[in-house]
Design a protein around this ligand. Structure first.
Ligand code: SF4
Length: 464
């Protein structure tokens, strides 16, 4: 572990670098990124690759199930959600998830163990007890879940009680993520998401009492109404609960994609400098409390498996965030879910009715990667997750000379080197501690699609 004195706080990042690198850019949950998926994709080729991924050397599966329902809309939210559906329509959705699973099982072998399952949303806990039992039972009937697999869920703590948590434990969930965002009442009212600290304290206490310690808490900085003092108190309260992981996301204001976010402008959004101040203070507080910075925006307790993955440079990233489980084929069920199998991406129908009424694999957009895409994905994910690239790890498998293949990109990296953000050495590229705050900009150098675009301003949130 690094000594605290060698860790650079975001508050030490020079203003001129912030100004220089402040531009829209992707968060690389995939490469190529989702805007490049197409309705014109060759879905037969995608299905053929899925089938080809089965067999003796098949990787394990990762399953993602998207539950789009929410009771109300949080003003900062950028997710695909459906507000206020009744129990019967949620029941129909659960039935359609089952029929979708059956259709996907014609493409992937259900005997491949499920190393990871995640339920996200929306609000997965919108399902009644009976619906949740029914859904998980149906998945267990169709797939194989080994004991050592990770089974996680996003939980909205506002609408859950101890009985529901007990149900999740009984159904085998072994990691739960709670969306808090901020614990200050004024901020909570601004963003239309009110949750008293006492409630989350009680729920966490209940889970810890049952021996469940794999608990994540999510925070967002950059929301209206946040001040250094108020956010300091929020982070202190979060640390007092000792979650194993804390996500500290920067609020992405993209009202051209999520028009309801416009509502937040009336309260005044923090400037870039104010955002960095909030991030920096929280960063220092978490490091002081013994958490380690993982990837772009996560922190983990020293005993969490993300730390081992970070130290062994095996951390990776998918649509659900950072993960230690590399190389799994990700199969997504549910409206708007995105699968990533055997060098392909495939997104399910986004609109609820379209998804529920659909048959077969229900894909509406997709992408079949070329060898060049796969190579660039390796480079981007390694830099993005592990702040490091072992050049031999891509030269061998992709039969390239890195220096020749990426001559233009290496020339561009010299700018980052001059700014102290990166070191290009014999056989490796290393992002410096300062460079970690600009890893999106660094990764973008290797994004062939971004290089072709003249203006990416409308698609992505700002990098800082
Ligand atoms: S933040 Fe969560 S609960 Fe709120 S609207 Fe978005 S998905 Fe729903």
């Amino acid at each position: 572990m690094k000594s605290e004195s060698s860790i650079i706080s975001p508050r030490q990042v020079p203003d001129e670098l912030l100004k220089k690198y402040q531009r829209p850019g992707p968060r690389y949950t995939s490469y190529p990124t989702a805007p490049h998926f197409s309705a014109e994709a060759d879905f037969d080729e995608i299905a053929r690759r899925w089938k080809g991924s089965n067999g003796e050397n098949a990787s394990d599966l990762s399953i993602y199930v998207h539950i789009p329902f929410c009771r109300g809309r949080c003003s900062y939210c950028g997710c695909h959600t459906v507000v206020g559906r009744d129990e019967a329509s949620v029941g129909r959705y659960v039935e359609s998830l089952k029929s979708h699973a059956d259709a996907l099982l014609k493409l992937v072998d259900g005997k491949r163990p499920v190393g990871q399952m995640a339920l996200g949303g929306g609000t997965p806990t919108y399902l009644t007890h009976a619906q949740m039992r029914d859904l998980i039972g149906a998945l267990r009937d169709r797939f194989i879940f080994p004991d050592d697999g990770e089974r996680s869920m996003e939980v909205d703590p506002r609408w859950i009680d101890e009985d529901y948590l007990d149900l999740l434990l009984e159904l085998g969930f072994n990691r739960l993520s709670f969306g808090l965002q901020d614990l200050n009442e004024t901020v909570q009212r601004h963003v239309n998401r009110v949750l008293p600290f006492e409630k989350i304290e009680r729920l966490m206490g209940h889970l810890k009492g049952q021996g469940m310690d794999a608990l994540n808490l999510d925070l967002i900085y950059g929301l209206p109404g946040q001040t250094p003092d108020s956010f300091h108190k929020t982070v202190s309260q979060v640390v007092s609960l000792q979650p194993s992981r804390i996500a500290l996301f920067g609020y992405a204001h993209v009202p051209w994609v999520s028009p309801h976010q416009k509502r937040l402008e009336q309260f005044g959004l923090p400037s870039t400098q104010e955002r960095m101040e909030l991030f920096g203070l929280a960063f220092e507080q978490l490091v002081d409390a013994g958490y380690r910075h993982v990837g772009m925006d996560h922190f983990a307790r020293q005993d969490d498996e993300l730390i081992q993955a970070l130290d062994s440079r095996t951390l990776t990233r998918n649509f659900m965030g950072y993960t230690t489980r590399r190389g799994l084929d990700l199969v997504a069920m549910g409206a708007s879910g995105i699968s990533s199998v055997a060098g392909t991406y495939a997104q399910n129908a986004k609109e609820l009715d379209e998804y529920v009424e659909g048959t077969g694999h229900r894909w509406i957009r997709g992408f079949a990667m070329s060898e060049e895409d796969r190579l660039r994905r390796e480079v981007i994910m390694s830099l993005f997750c592990n702040f490091y690239l072992d050049i031999a790890s891509v030269e061998g498998p992709f039969a390239i000379s890195f220096k020749d293949h990426f001559a233009d990109e290496l020339a561009e990296l010299s700018g980052f080197q001059e700014d102290g953000l990166l070191e290009v050495r014999e056989g490796e590229i290393l992002v410096t501690d300062l460079g970690r705050f600009f890893v999106r900009n660094i990764a973008m150098t290797f994004d062939a699609y971004l290089r072709k675009e003249t203006a990416s301003g409308d698609r992505y949130s700002k990098t800082l």
